[in-house]
Design a protein around this ligand. Sequence first.
Ligand SMILES: Cc1cc2nc3c(=O)[nH]c(=O)nc-3n(C[C@H](O)[C@H](O)[C@H](O)COP(=O)(O)O)c2cc1C
Length: 402
Amino acid sequence: MRRHISNKEVVLAVTGSIAAYKACEIASRLIELNAKVTPVLTRSACELVQPATFEAITGRRAITNLFGAFASAEIEHIAVATRAHLFLVAPATANILAKAANGIADDWLSTALLATRAPILFAPAMNSNMFAHPATQANIETLLGRGCHFIEPESGRLACGTVGQGRMADPMSIIEAALPLISGDSSLAGKKVLITSGGTREPLDPVRYIGNRSSGKMGRALAIEALARGAQVTVVTGPSDVALPYGAETIRVETAMQMAAETLPRAQDANIVICAAAVADYRPEQTYEHKRKRAGQSLTLALVENPDILAQIGAAKRTGQILVGFAAETEELVANACVKLKKKNLDLIVANQVGVPESGFGVDTLNAAILDRDGQTTELPLIAKDELAQRLFDRMALLMAQ
Ligand SMILES: Cc1cc2nc3c(=O)[nH]c(=O)nc-3n(C[C@H](O)[C@H](O)[C@H](O)COP(=O)(O)O)c2cc1C
């Protein structure tokens, strides 16, 4: 994720909405991702938040005035508009949508929006009546028709006390929507990527289940990377607290049987299938309708085998389809993964070490190795999950080019 937007120029335009304070988090996240952020605040935004906050976060002067700075030879709004890779207007008021739709250029932001050829992403935020008003909706239609991008406001209780659609999408969702626009990478445009993520739970009774320690963090990193490359992404996930990216279709399941039922039909027309979920190999033969009580003696559970999702997809794999598996191992990392790669007809497998503190379930890093069907092994000692996702998609790009 980092590489895609490292050093890319993002104009973060903040307009006069009560949600303006949330733009601080957006700025901060973009900086974490190594983007170069130029903050722009409209006059109304300055009534609600301080330019100094954005200057402290981004390390750049906040632009608040069309006629403010002529210390350098460049005309600022044209120069910034020209070098931008993305204009992110978050929050976007009804007013800026109206001005942009009608080509009005009466302040820095509205003028620069006309001058730029970079993609523009609006994150509207307003009272629900303002959002639903035919004038606002017509302005959005006009801007969509011109190729501008939108991240829809959410429904719920608004700052003005009303309930309805108008609350700005959450900052992380906005970042996720912005990533592919900033990266300009559309290498997977038109391709369907199916990812399984998280761990499954096999119920024993209404209270207990057999589960595993998978957090879903790897699946999330893979989904973000696929979206950043322009793919159409579906994630089938077991129970997980990790937020999946806006833009990916998310299907939530609990058991291995449910994961198989949701994954196998979707795998048929996917271009890339990545099975990163930790699927239980076995489930209790019997599940109890009521909670099992202790009975003063040991209890033996009979387990039956679950369907092998990866093997079934591998057996039905089409020419040109790419299938990637994960092997969580505590020992003989590469040797065990190599057997799994061949047995399940995979194109790539990630052998990852679990059972040590810095690698595997629940943490952001892995000791991993990528193995391919030609017998090549790339060792990746202690790599961040988002970087591993990048490396994996780079390898897939090479396979797709063959
Ligand atoms: C406290 C306060 C909150 C406001 N919140 C919003 C809002 O969420 N969305 C919106 O479209 N307008 C909102 N407005 C009205 C805008 O600030 C007003 O339309 C202004 O002209 C927008 O200017 P700008 O688009 O140049 O920032 C708010 C006004 C006030 C006083």
